[in-house]
Design a protein around this ligand. Structure first.
Ligand code: CAA
Ligand code: NAD
Length: 327
C-alpha cells in the first residue's frame, strides 16, 4: 500500500511524481556552487528513529518515502510524525503552512519496491544484522547505481552491512540521535570501502537536514555510543548492587552533573529492547565486560518492558509523571 498524507491528516493515493523538484531544498542546498543531487529520500522503519528522520527530511524540503512492515506499524509511525509536527506548530517553531508542506512531501508504503527511485535510503529498522542485510540485499537489486545506502545502526559496523551488498563504496553510516527533531548531531561513518564522494554527499546531506555532522570511524558504537552505552549499563549495575534507587540515581546525574535526563529515563527513552541488542552487539565485538548486558536489563526485556514506547521500562509512563517500577 502506498499513500500520501494530506494536510488534514487523511491519506490518498500517491501521484506519479518521481521527477518533482523541490524549491525549498534546491534553494538551500548548494555548497561551493554545486547543488546536492539528493532529492528523494527513503526511510526504512518508522519507529522512534525512522519517524524522526522522515520528519526532519520532509521539513528540510526532501521528498520522503517511508517503508514499514505492516499497515499498523505504518499508521503508528505516521501518527508519530503528525504529532511531532503539530507540537512544533503549537510551540511556534513551525508555521501551519510549513507543516502542511512537510506532510505533503511524505509518502508511506509497506512495499520495498517503492524505494527504487530514492537517491538515498536510510535504514532505521530493528538492531539486527540479518534483518538489515536482508533489506539491503533487496534494495541493492532495486535501486539505481547512484543511490546511497545509509544505516542508522547504533552498534553494528557499517562494514558488516556494506559487505553484504554490491555497493560497499556507496554505503555509509548516518547515525542520528533521539529525539531526531531536537538533537543536532549526526555521525557520518566511513568504512574502508566507502568512496570519498559518497562520504561527502552524505555529509552535505546531513547539513542540508540542518544537522551538525561529525566524521566517525567504523567501529562498533562510533564516537558517542562508545561512551554513552557503558554509562547506561553502569547505572543498571549500580542499581543491581543496591547503591541507590532508580529515582535517586537519575536525580543524582541530573542535578549533580547537569545531564538533561538521568540514565534510567534515558534507557527508557532509547528503548530497553534496543539497548539490550546494542549491548549484546558491542560485547560480542569487544569482549569487554563494560559492554556486557547486566542480567537486570535482560529480565526487563523478558517482561516486555521496552521503555517509554511501550509505556513501561524502568518507569511506568502511563501517568503525568514517570513512576519507578519494581526491579
Ligand atoms: N520530538 C520533537 N521535539 C521534542 C521532542 C520530540 N520527541 N521531545 C522534546 N522536544 C522538544 C520540545 O518541543 C522542546 O522544544 P522548545 O525548547 O523549543 O520548547 C525541547 O525539545 C525541550 O523539551 P521539553 O521541555 O519537553 O523537555 P526537556 O527539556 O526535558 O528536553 C530532551 C527533552 C530534548 C529530550 C532532553 O531531555 C534531552 O536532551 N535528553 C537527552 C537526550 C539524549 O541523550 N539523546 C541521545 C540518546 S542516545 C542515542 O540517540 C544514540 C543511540 O544510538 C542509542
Ligand atoms: P523501534 O523499535 O522504535 O523501530 C523499529 C521499526 O522498524 C519498527 O517499527 C519495526 O516495525 C520496523 N521494521 C523492522 N523491520 C523492518 C523492515 N524490514 N522494513 C521496514 N520496517 C521494519 O527502533 P528505533 O529505536 O527506531 O531503532 C531503529 C534503529 O536506530 C536501530 O538500528 C537502533 O539501534 C538505531 N538507533 C536507535 C536510537 C534510539 O535512541 N532508540 C538512537 C540512534 C539509533
Amino acid at each position: 500500500m502506498v499513500s500520501r498524507e494530506t494536510s488534514n491528516g487523511s491519506s490518498g493515493l500517491r501521484s506519479n511524481d518521481s521527477n518533482r523538484t523541490n524549491e525549498t531544498h534546491n534553494e538551500r542546498n548548494t555548497r561551493g556552487g554545486v547543488t546536492l543531487d539528493i532529492k528523494r529520500v527513503g526511510v526504512v522503519g518508522c519507529g522512534l528513529m525512522g519517524s524522526g528522520i522522515a520528519e526532519v527530511a520532509a521539513k528540510s524540503g526532501f521528498d520522503v518515502v517511508v517503508r514499514e512492515v505492516t499497515d499498523d506499524f505504518l499508521e503508528r509511525g505516521r501518527a508519530r510524525i503528525r504529532k511531532s509536527l503539530d507540537r512544533a506548530v503549537d510551540k511556534e517553531k513551525l508555521t501551519t503552512e510549513d507543516r502542511d508542506d512537510a506532510l505533503g512531501r511524505l509518502t508511506y508504503t509497506t512495499s520495498v519496491d517503492d524505494l527504487a527511485e530514492c537517491d538515498i535510503v536510510i535504514e532505521a529498522i530493528v538492531e539486527d544484522l540479518s534483518a538489515k542485510n536482508e533489506l539491503f540485499q533487496r534494495l541493492d537489486e532495486l535501486c539505481g547505481e547512484n543511490t546511497i545506502f545509509a544505516s542508522n545502526t547504533s552498534s553494528l559496523t557499517i562494514t558488516d552491512m556494506a559487505a553484504a551488498t554490491d555497493r560497499p563504496d556507496r554505503f555509509v553510516g548516518l547515525h542520528f540521535f533521539n529525539p531526531v527533531p531536537v538533537m543536532k548531531l549526526v555521525e557520518v561513518v566511513k568504512t574502508i570501502a566507502t568512496s570519498q564522494e559518497t562520504f561527502d554527499r552524505a555529509f552535505e546531506f546531513s547539513e542540508a537536514l540542518g544537522k551538525v555532522p561529525i566524521a566517525a570511524k567504523d567501529n562498533s558504537g562510533f564516537v558517542v555510543n562508545l561512551l554513552l552505552v557503558p554509562y547506561m549499563l553502569d547505572a543498571i549495575r549500580q542499581l543491581e548492587r543496591g547503591v541507590a534507587s532508580i529515582k535517586d540515581i537519575d536525580t543524582g546525574m541530573q542535578l549533580g552533573c547537569g545531564y538533561p535526563m538521568g540514565p534510567f529515563v534515558l534507557c527508557d527513552f532509547v528503548g530497553i529492547d534496543t539497548l539490550y541488542r546494542i549491548s549484546e552487539i558491542m560485547f560480542e565485538e569487544y569482549r569487554e565486560e563494560r559492554y556486557a548486558p547486566p542480567p537486570l536489563l535482560k529480565r526487563i526485556v523478558s517482561m516486555g518492558r521496552y521503555g517509554r514506547k511501550t509505556g513501561k521500562g524502568f518507569y511506568d509512563w502511563s501517568g503525568d509523571e514517570p513512576v519507578p517500577l519494581p526491579v
